[in-house]
Structure formats: structure tokens, C-alpha cells
Design a protein around this ligand. Structure first.
Ligand SMILES: [Zn+2]
Length: 197
């Protein structure tokens, strides 16, 4: 069986964007807004070198919320993959939840099993790609990523700075990650060193 590093996308691989018109911080809504975070290609390359498959698992309700068309979503997805490949940082697979319980697009309005914090995307990927979840990691910037990873049975890393408010919520929501790292490159060194920070 293989082992994997499951990566959230927005805020981990690419920068979150402040959308002035809507007044929200969210995914890029256009191809031009896509910006890979510094150090990410190097981190992805390190995961692969350490024998991990790299799999994107991400909630992407932008189409459901009519922030972008399906075509734009695909174009952003393709640009992200191309930019990583150009730096020798291939991802092995991508799994997206496109649903949202309050979607404006009727066919995507759904309470599904794949939207994190549910572990559906990780479990599906593991089944299809023969991955041993207990030897795998979920890395994300939100507590929903940590919850999904823990429910699936992964080790977990939260990308971000430990803030008091977040610590309190981690306890309340049973979403305490195994490690907290400032960025994906730091997470790569934790995983590479066999979970010694
Ligand atoms: Zn879903």
C-alpha cells in the first residue's frame, strides 16, 4: 500500500484572495488571481522524494455559489497543476467537493459526504489509489481539514499560527492537529523527519 500527503488547496498551496466587491476572503475566482505560495513546489517535491503520493483534497463550492463558472474552475485547476509541474512538483491526484448545502446552482445543492469536515474525499482517494490512511497525513489551514483528517485516521498538520481563539476551538471541536507549521515547507520537514518537529 502507498502512503500519501493529502493537501488542502486554498491557503496551503495557493494564496487566499481578498475579494473587494464581495468583501470576503476566498478562493481565487479567476485564473489571474491564482498565486502559488512561496516554497510550495519545493515542499511537494520533498513529499514525493520521501515516498508519499501528493493528493489535493479540497472543498470548492465556488461554482455552487456562482462565484465562477465550471469552465473557470477547471481553468484555475489546470493552471495550478501546470504551475506545479513546471517546477517538478507534480500532484498525483485531485479530489474536490463541489457541493454546498446552500448552493445557488440546484444540482450542486446537497448535504454530501465529501465536504470537509467529513472525511469522504480522503476515504475515496485512499480507496481508489490504494493508500494506507494510517501512514498518511492531512495538511490544511482550517480546523475542518484537521477534523476530516482525524476522522479518516490520518496524522494532521495545521498550517497557520497558533492563536488563542483557535486553540480554544481546537479543544472544543476535537480538532487538535498533531503539529502546527507556518507553511507547507515546514510541514514537509516534519513529515520527512518522521514526525519529529
Ligand atoms: Zn461534496
Amino acid at each position: 500500500m502507498e502512503k500519501a500527503v493529502f493537501l488542502d488547496r486554498d491557503g496551503v498551496i495557493n494564496e487566499l484572495i481578498y475579494h473587494q466587491e464581495q468583501g470576503i476572503i476566498d478562493s481565487p475566482f479567476t485564473v489571474d488571481q491564482l498565486q502559488i505560495i512561496c516554497g510550495v513546489p519545493e515542499a511537494v517535491a520533498l513529499f514525493r522524494k520521501a515516498g508519499y503520493k501528493v493528493i489535493v483534497v479540497s472543498n470548492q463550492p465556488g461554482v455552487a455559489k456562482k462565484h465562477m463558472s465550471k469552465k473557470t474552475f477547471e481553468a484555475i485547476r489546470q493552471r495550478l497543476v501546470d504551475q506545479l509541474i513546471s517546477k517538478d512538483a507534480n500532484v498525483d491526484a485531485e479530489y474536490y467537493c463541489l457541493h454546498h448545502p446552500q448552493a445557488k446552482v440546484p444540482e450542486l445543492k446537497k448535504v454530501c459526504d465529501c465536504r470537509k469536515p467529513k472525511p469522504g474525499l480522503i476515504i475515496k482517494a485512499a480507496g481508489e489509489l490504494d493508500i494506507d490512511i494510517s501512514k498518511s497525513w492531512m495538511v490544511g489551514d482550517g480546523l475542518t481539514d484537521i477534523q476530516a483528517g482525524k476522522s479518516a485516521g490520518c496524522k494532521t498538520i495545521l498550517i497557520g499560527k497558533e492563536k488563542c481563539e483557535l486553540c480554544r476551538r481546537m479543544e472544543q471541536e476535537n480538532a487538535k492537529p498533531d503539529f502546527i507549521c507556518e507553511n507547507l515547507l515546514q510541514a514537509a520537514s516534519v513529515i520527512k523527519n518522521g514526525a519529529k518537529p
